[in-house]
Design a protein around this ligand. Sequence first.
Ligand code: GLA
Length: 383
Amino acid sequence: MKQILIEKFKKLYGREDGTSYFSPARVNLIGEYTDFNGGYVFPCGLAFGTYGIIGLRDDMIVRVYSDSFSKEPYVFELETFYKDEKAPWSDYIKGVIAGFYQKNYMLDKGFDLYIYGNMPAGAGLSSSASLEMLIAVMINDLFNYGIEKTDLALIGQYAENVYVGLNSGIMDQFAVVHAKKDQALLLNTDTLQFEQIPFVLDEYQLMVINTNKSRGLTESKYNERFSECMTALNILKPLYQINHLCELKTKELIYVEKLLDPTVFRRVRHVVTEQERTILSSKALKENNIELFAKQMIGSHESLRKDFEVTGKALDTLVEVSLKAGALGARMTGAGFGGCIVAIVDKKILKNFIEETEKNYESIMGFKPTFYTVKAKQGTHKI
Ligand code: GLA
């Protein structure tokens, strides 16, 4: 891959001095919609993601080329750039630069950049965080800023929140930059402390399966769930002395129910029970109790379907047919409303599992899902 990047860079910009990087996609194993509620998330990095090659310039111009988005290099100036409705993908790059500015790291040179993504688009595996962290790590290296990974993740989140306009939590950027091979990352999104837990499933296979229904309405629905959670927090904060919804305990839900509108209450119930499932899952994984881990995944999907209402027919069907075909556990992953599920399947039945799931999903939905056998991989790095 590195050779292809070097050749492409030369062809595009006539230079041979680029530095190459890879930034993975991420899959969240469990802990969904807990990250803007101060809870735990449990993601890992994947083998597909975004490649890039970059070289500094002597002026303040940035040139970017991406096979998926542009026919010729997209050009902007570091002093005067703005959000461009005609090239919304460039906002992720500009947003990261703006994130550095906001921390007073003022880039004093432009750069030439070529990016190449090999992950399924719109699949909920966080192509945006993969790109944001690619840019953040490249800039950090090239300008010798020496910024820690966690602060780079916060710069990526700034790009997403302020520049792109999604009120997302820290999970995606954090997972992409901190991911480690054969480890899953248990992150406390309140304190940003984290633990890497060995994640090699031996006789089981981790599967990511794409519904091939791209995620409609994700941004507006996502921001709607964010404000429902904030509405609940504003009411409960003074009464329960909490800073985040994830500080509530399930046994308190019975009292909380009386204080909230029924829909808002169901959102809270998901968040609080998901927090408990995530903690339980991480303990189960440490004890190599994959059955218990998988059971929490099933509970998570049910809660996201009934209480948080972010699944939809394609995701629900795929989880249902996967479980019927023998998956030990399965759930939607990421923001939902389409995109992918994540499943754990016994390697002995894998071939049959794929055939059955494909057949049954297609007979209900009218189109096929796509299967990926995956493993936990390293975060954003130089190649
Ligand atoms: C998206 C967001 C994350 C997180 C998940 C849901 O991936 O970017 O911050 O909120 O949805 O868990």
